[in-house]
Design a protein around this ligand. Sequence first.
Ligand SMILES: CC(=O)N[C@@H](C)C(=O)N[C@@H](C)C(=O)O
Length: 705
Amino acid sequence: MAQKEALAVSDATVEEEYASQSKLLLEFINIPSIDKAWTFKSDKGNVSQAMVSISQANLLANKKRKYILSAHISEESNHSVSFQWATFPVEMAGVSVIVPSPSGSKLLLVKNQENGLPTQFEIWSSSQLQKEIHIPQSIHGSVYTDGWFEGISWNSNETRVAYVAEEPSQSKPVFDGSGYKKEGSVDKDCGSWKGQGDWEETWGETYSGKRQPALFVIDIYSGDVRAVEGIEKSLSVGQVVWAPSTQGSHQYLVFVGWSSETGPQKVARKLGIKYCYNRPCALYTIRAPVHEPEAELSLKNNAAEDFALVNLTQGISSAFFPVFSLDGKFLVFLSAKSAVDTGVHCATESLHRIDWSIDGKPCPSSNIVDLVPVVMCAEDGAFPGLYCSSLLNKPWLSDGCTMILSSVWGSIRVILSVDVLSGKVSRISPADSCSSWNVLTLDGDNIIAGAKNPFEAIYVSSNSQEHGSCNPVIVILHGGPHSVSVTSFSKPLAFLSSIGYNLLIVNYRGSLGFGEEALQSLPGKVGSQDVSDVLTAIDHAIEMGLVDPSKIAVLGGSHGGFLTTHLIGQEPDRFAAAAARNPVCNLALMTGTTDIPDWCFVEACGTEGKNYFTEAPLVEHINLFYSKSPVSYLSKVKTPTLFLLGAQDLRVPVSNGLQYARALKEKGTKVKIIVFPNDVHAIDRPQSDFESFLNIGVWFKKYCK
Ligand SMILES: CC(=O)N[C@@H](C)C(=O)N[C@@H](C)C(=O)O
């Protein structure tokens, strides 16, 4: 009876915790995020216009609401800049992506639609809709707006747009009561059905069901869409831009191609590409198709080699994010050659230049100039190398040779300038600022931005310590493992801080932002070096009086979940509570089910693992994977652990977390499992994000007060 009463009291407390924390969490979830920004020149010299694309969670619809907010930017005589924001934002319902034309006089809106409906292109002028074009699925599927294959580019005279979209679907076999119906048979009786046809490989996590990305060009006046021909079938394409051209000369496109047939593994398989910069890729150029009525004429007047595909970066294993200089004289691009060559999924990048001849034909033997090399080990806080997740499409200052970008430097995202003639890199954001800076866009020469240790940790105090005693701490561990937590605002972390937790965010060795040597020190030592770095950071914080050793919780996703489950197994008395989002718990199970089996080999065996990778692992590798996994320490775990799992995760399939959680349950450890049936690896659909962090907050309040 007494036990029943105690249970009822604890249930009521938990209910209250859910009610009060959910109100607070909603406040954070509703904070809008800035996604992109553009600026436009105005007639008045010191004034320009800004357009900012913002998104906000719409929990009821379980989608993101997108809207646009505009501003006038004026530069005063003392060079200070002020923004006059429009009174209200305007919602962009149903819009997948917006792309202003180079002069700013036209705006392209792309609306991808579901259920096989045509993709809609809308061209707007400053006052009205000028043209609406519907592109049926027989021409192409959805336009790619994923930030990786994505590329939508206006030509310089603003008559055509090149873009990346899903190739049209393959025809499916048709059967009826008497068997197979031959293709093209027109008999439309109701006793037939469509079969599945051949299974097609995809690029894995977040690309499930997506068809191969292919190149198209649309004439915005006639609405005529042309597929770009001459690109081999095995090449997935993305990030297209128009090459500069002079009047009368042919127009070329430059784009990135990822082959699914080559690569170090020599397998005809597309391996997962999301968060994986180690997939070989190159820059290509090809002549843009011409539209009616010139098309037929042009074909007659040209030799076949004029239309041939040219690989511009044969000498380097990776080339992406192509950007032409303002004068068109050079093409700058990023490379993840270190990731490709070592097999580590994300590594230090390098920046390169190709000198471009506007009049001549592009050639495969272009000289690649190394501008910013990979930095192995930065001395005394010096530049650690490039870690950029994107480039602006117009990153140039008015001198035409200074490029502005943001990159990670230690645990901080900084703004850098790079002189693309000399390769000189300078840090622009203040060296004494602990804040992370992200470049949104440039307005002339103004930058519009949102605000000898081998590893670092960021300590966030919830600022409510009573009588010298510490609030409980949550150790936060990023995934990857080659990724990084920077000092920027994070809604879920702000929420956890607001409910009374201090945060210890550890960038263990292997993180981005500290040079290539520290990054490459981890593969082969996962589950030991990274675990010991985290323990060192915790001990250091305890010594500094920042952490009470009896009140430590740990939270991590993916490889951060690997560390979370390793820590509660290797140090069973240290952690009062744990939460793991799509954790890697058993590499031996993961290798046969993930979209990146090569990752298991490289992280467990070291960069040599790249050469051992096979779809049919040897038993010695399976044994090694098991011994390096949290599952091998499972019998020691005592910490109450919450599991948040996305059932559609192709990266760390749900079976990894479920197997481990069920095994903990079997041995009597306190476990709570929430599976989100429609979520992928990131668990970031608004309702799932909300439910995840609410449960993390309540779980920690219950077990780590
Ligand atoms: C390369 C990769 O995706 N690794 C996963 C195991 C992982 O840790 N992913 C990171 C990006 C994450 O935070 O989800």
